[in-house]
Design a protein around this ligand. Sequence first.
Ligand SMILES: O=C(O)c1ccccc1NCC(=O)[C@H](O)[C@H](O)COP(=O)(O)O
Length: 214
Amino acid sequence: MRVKICGITKLEQGDAIAQLGATALGFICVPSSPRYVSAKKIATLIQGLSQPVDCIGVFANSTVAEICQTVTATGLSGVQLHGNESPEFCQQLRQSLPETEIIKALRVRTTQCLTNSESYANSVDMLLLDAYHPTQLGGTGKTLDWTTLKNYKPCLPWLLAGGLTPDNIVDALSLLQPDGIDLSSGVERSPGDKDLGKVAQLFTKLKENYCLNY
Ligand SMILES: O=C(O)c1ccccc1NCC(=O)[C@H](O)[C@H](O)COP(=O)(O)O
């Protein structure tokens, strides 16, 4: 199972989180976020990591040119689109960045969102389901209604996000079988400042309950 920890802003924390078992680190490229990191900073963070890990840049309603520029400048291995990007936009991005993983985040407001997720089948590699919030795009700490996802079997692999914590992860994974999980505020002290104790607790829970080998 993939485990993505999002909102990394400090090298020592990103490195420690990768060593604890994260398979992906997320870097927020949305300037209005308190977790925003510039392309220059992301490049430094990625270069400083002591072990290989997927490095995902999180964008919201950026242009193809802006995303390509950031990917080229940083060495990101993937991008997560967290705004209102259409399947056509994702297709265009894929043509411009054929080697880069593309994850489309859907902020689930109604069950119609889940049906619409099928329209991304040919334009992205993975889906991420996050909670809807009226004023914030992500990192809200708000959970999805997991029961509405019980029969969700999309045509693409998917990550469960939204308000996951070391305390609720076992409940979430006992109901759902995503291909991976994504956490941000549930493992931090304040926006962008990760709590390594909470990250360690998360991996302990995952190992105890799912026999994960890290
Ligand atoms: O985290 C942010 O500040 C953010 C800002 C703008 C767009 C996306 C953002 N985060 C995206 C993520 O992938 C978060 O990990 C995801 O929303 C889950 O966050 P949380 O509920 O805090 O675990």
